[in-house]
Every structure is written in structure tokens, then in C-alpha cells.
Design a protein. Structure first.
Length: 287
């Protein structure tokens, strides 16, 4: 199930937020009501999806400093030149540097169930959305005396488009700074211009009831991320997985396409072989 909340259509509740900027104060909020026709029985995964956003651009993909993201103190204050033009700002090194971090998705999505006149918030889990290897190996906070991230990031500045520095991404110490899972998920770049990234988890708490019952819901969006300028689209996606994994038609389409091409070439080569392969290639050699 997915909802496009870009706000292109004049009738959309998010149309008023269409021309929002990175630093809009106060942030624009909109609410979209919808109905689930069928229940979601198992754990539910909430994704945000973006279209016409080319995270696979060569310069964009290289615009990061993996040593800085791994907690190296020297790289923290002297980022890689690959991060230009998002390497420094006002003579201070940017942490995290680079175009990928600077363009981090920062909409806030909240989900509510509407039962008659009762509005019940759905618990959205923000931990466990990143790959284990990313969370525990590739991304590390700087090291130093104590665990005060404000002190550890002293001498750096936030990315240009961020409303707050990296050490204020979350109030929980194990999900703050470079190890913030929303940040880690964004930093794993997508291969195609239309993609989705895991945003939250909705866990099943009662085996006798579905995780999300069929009925009326509302999606409350804090609209911070501008996409209209580059003809982008934004959407919220609710999905479950089976023993075979999630629903993703890309591999199936790719296999069918490649298989069809191979079959066609096989038929062509068979016809060529039958038509020209039986010619007598022997030649009489004169004495």
C-alpha cells in the first residue's frame, strides 16, 4: 500500500507545502486520510520512496568521506577533497561532509488509526532499520574523553541543508551522530532513480490480532524535503514480507527480459546453423 504525498495535485492536502524550502520556519505539516481495505497480519515495514532522484550519479556517489564516517578523528577535522563543495563551510569542516549527507531525507511521518472518534497513534520503531554491518562496522562516532558528542564534534559545522548538527539527530546516545540509523540508511545510495528506503518498523504485538487492521488511518507529514524543483515525487509505502522476502518485481522482470533475449538469439543461431552449417567445406587439393 502506498500514498503519494508530493502535493502536485491542487486537491492534495500537501499542496500547500509544495514549494517548501530546506529551512522553512515553522515547518509545513499536512495530513492525508486513507483506508486500508485489507489487514496487515505480520510485521509491517514503512518506507519512504523518492522518484527522479539520481543517487547513482558518479560525483554524487563519491561525495563522502568513509574515514570520517568511521570515526577517524583526523578525517573529522580534515575531510576528503571528494566532499567538495560540501567539505567546509565558514572555514569549518563539515561533519558529515559531502553531497550525499547534505541531501539527507528529513520528512517526518506519523501514522494514526481512526476508530469512530478515537485517534490512536501507531508505534513506529526507529531502530533495526539499518544493515548490521553498517551500524556496527562502517559507521562510528569520533572517540575521545567521555561520550559527550557535542564535545567530540567541536570544531565542525553541520551540513549546509541540515537544520541541526549531526550530534542532535536523536536524543538516544546509541542512535545519535554518525550511528543514527536514519542517516545510515540514507547513506547507502540507491542504484535507480526511483527507489524506496526503510523508514520505520511496525511490530506485531498480539498474535490474535493483525498488526494493522483494515479500517481508517491518517498519515501526518512534517513536510521538510523539497522535490518539486527537480520534478521529483515522494510517497509513503506500507509493506510486509513473506518467507520469500518482500514484493519486488525488478528481478523477475530482469530475468524474463534476459531469458527472452537469450531464447530469441538461440532461435536465430539455430536457423543460421541449419541453413549454412551443412555446406561442404572440403576442397580438392590439386597434385
Amino acid at each position: 500500500f502506498q500514498i503519494d504525498y508530493t502535493g502536485i495535485e491542487p486537491s492534495s492536502p500537501c499542496n500547500k507545502c509544495l514549494n517548501v524550502s530546506w529551512d522553512s520556519t515553522p515547518p509545513c505539516t499536512c495530513t492525508i486520510n486513507f483506508t486500508l481495505e485489507h489487514s496487515f497480519e505480520s510485521n509491517v515495514f514503512m518506507y519512504y520512496g523518492l522518484s527522479n532522484f539520481y543517487q547513482n550519479h558518479r560525483r554524487y556517489v563519491k561525495s563522502r568521506d568513509d574515514s570520517q564516517l568511521n570515526g577517524d578523528n583526523s578525517s573529522l577535522l580534515n575531510p576528503s577533497k571528494e566532499c567538495e563543495p560540501y567539505r567546509t563551510n565558514e572555514d569549518k569542516p563539515i561533519a558529515p561532509c559531502g553531497a550525499i549527507a547534505n541531501s539527507m531525507f528529513n520528512d517526518t511521518l506519523k501514522l494514526y488509526r481512526i476508530d469512530n472518534d478515537t485517534v490512536t497513534p501507531i508505534t513506529l520503531i526507529k531502530k533495526g532499520i539499518a544493515w548490521w554491518t553498517d551500524k556496527n562496522v562502517k559507521f562510528r562516532n569520533p572517540t575521545g574523553d567521555g561520550n559527550n558528542l557535542t564535545a567530540l564534534f567541536q570544531g565542525t559545522t553541520k551540513p549546509v541543508n541540515w537544520p541541526k548538527p549531526v550530534y542532535m539527530l536523536d536524543s538516544e546516545p546509541d542512535n545519535n551522530g554518525f550511528i543514527n540509523e536514519d542517516f545510515i540508511v540514507w547513506m547507502r545510495t540507491a542504484a535507480l532513480p526511483t527507489f524506496r528506503k526503510l523508514y520505520r518498523l511496525i511490530e506485531r504485538t498480539n498474535n490474535l490480532q493483525p498488526t494493522l487492521q483494515a479500517g481508517k488511518y491518517s498519515l501526518v507529514i512534517t513536510y521538510n524535503y523539497p522535490v518539486y524543483a527537480f520534478d521529483g515525487r515522494k510517497r509513503m509505502i506500507l509493506s510486509t514480507i513473506s518467507w520469500m522476502g518482500g514484493k519486488n518485481p525488478f528481478l523477475g522482470i530482469a530475468y524474463i527480459t534476459v531469458g527472452s533475449i537469450c531464447f530469441f538469439l538461440g532461435v536465430v543461431l539455430l536457423i543460421i546453423h541449419h541453413k549454412y552449417g551443412n555446406r561442404n567445406t572440403s576442397a580438392d587439393i590439386p597434385n
